[in-house]
Design a protein around this ligand. Sequence first.
Ligand code: COA
Length: 157
Amino acid sequence: MSALAQLPPVELQSMTETWLDAVARTEKRAYTHPWSRGNFADSLRAGYHAQVLTQDETLLGYLVLMLSPGEAHLLNITVDPDQQGRGLALHMIGELVRWSQAQGAQSLWLEVRVSNVRARQIYERYGFKAVGLRRNYYPLAPFKREDAVVMSLPLMP
Ligand SMILES: CC(C)(COP(=O)(O)OP(=O)(O)OC[C@H]1O[C@@H](n2cnc3c(N)ncnc32)[C@H](O)[C@@H]1OP(=O)(O)O)[C@@H](O)C(=O)NCCC(=O)NCCS
């Protein structure tokens, strides 16, 4: 039996305004350069596919996905630092792949920091391939930026 199967079920639900404070708090703990609360609010206003992963109404993680004709773009996927290593990111990726396919997307795209080896390994394990590099895409330190690896996953119909 997997570790997840022994716990109360996790649930993916829409990220509504009421989740934004908790999401912004987790985001600050998870990243050196976090999105602001306003970035998430803008994503909701823009109609992006935004979901929270919860267990007993406690926030475990979240994702933000932008859908455009034929493709989906993962803008943010985060697991609370205290909840990492339980397979929750893999669970969310599986769900968003199914959702994107159901919307007619033929490919899923994302950018990830060159230095984010753990996330890159998870995406590779899932079948994403590195297809390009965006130079100086992310802020790193004052006057310093970091490249992004562009990764993509073909979605079978
Ligand atoms: C990157 C990130 C999203 C990964 O989340 P996560 O939930 O820790 O990832 P997962 O647990 O799903 O990763 C799979 C790992 O869990 C293991 N796993 C998979 N299913 C499992 C299960 N049922 N029970 C226990 N472990 C499991 C996998 O073997 C893998 O092991 P590893 O630790 O050797 O890599 C998370 O570290 C994070 O939020 N980081 C900060 C934000 C970030 O970098 N986001 C990505 C930006 S592009």
